[in-house]
Design a binder for this molecule. Structure first.
Ligand SMILES: [Cu+2]
Length: 66
């Protein structure tokens, strides 16, 4: 499980965009988005750097938390 701080998420569209961006790189990835906290949890085989890249490509500012 990886935890990321993501800035700029505001609605269901953002949730879908981020989920699909990560799952495009790992179909089996599990993505949980907490809009209120600005956090994204990802369970996947992807290295954190690749998750960050996928989310950043959607236009969000992202950093790994831990
Ligand atoms: Cu949105």
């Amino acid at each position: 499980m990886q935890l990321f701080k993501v800035q700029g998420m505001s609605c269901g569209h953002c949730v879908r965009a981020i989920t699909q961006a990560v799952q495009a790189r790992d179909q089996a990835a599990e993505v949980q988005v907490d809009l209120a906290a600005g956090e994204v949890r990802v369970a996947s085989r992807l290295p954190a750097a690749e998750v960050i890249e996928a989310i950043a490509e959607e236009g969000y500012t992202v950093a790994q938390m831990m």
